[in-house]
Design a protein around this ligand. Structure first.
Ligand code: HEC
Length: 107
């Protein structure tokens, strides 16, 4: 179920486009996610935030979406709470769905 964060309930993560999500991760989001996170599919190697290759392995779409919209809800161990908190307002519903699709590991 998606919907514990205001705004999240209307994001249709199943309709996300991973290719568009990559563009958002590396360029559209301001500051870009890639400026803080390592994530192999994005080709990013920043270490300010957690390595998304490892931390998102066993996470579902809801966790990923909430981490983007409301990063303070659950702060990753060993990291400071410095991730920008306004992506939920700066990115639209489609962009959020695309981002989640890009970050959700396909197994
Ligand atoms: C200014 C640096 C910075 C930027 C930019 C940034 N993050 Fe983060 N991010 C962090 C930090 C630091 C944490 C760990 C603290 C926390 O959980 O809030 C984090 C946590 C996360 C987590 C949760 C990881 C976990 O294990 O709990 C996800 C998912 C995430 N970021 C995705 C993104 C996405 C997607 C974007 C772009 C829309 C982004 N981040 C932009 C710094 C950043």
């Amino acid at each position: 179920m998606i919907g514990t964060v205001p705004g999240a309930e209307t994001v249709d993560v199943a309709a996300g486009d991973p290719t568009a999500g990559k563009e958002i991760f590396t360029k559209t989001a301001q500051p870009p996610c890639s400026s803080c996170h390592t994530y192999g599919p994005a080709g990013s190697t920043a270490t300010v935030g957690p390595n998304l290759d490892t931390v998102l392995k066993d996470k579902d779409a809801q966790f990923i979406l909430e981490s983007i919209i409301d990063p303070s809800a659950e702060v990753a161990a060993g990291f400071q709470d410095i991730m920008p908190k306004d992506y939920g307002t700066k990115l639209d519903q489609k962009q959020l769905a695309d981002l989640v699709a890009f970050l959700q590991p396909k197994s």
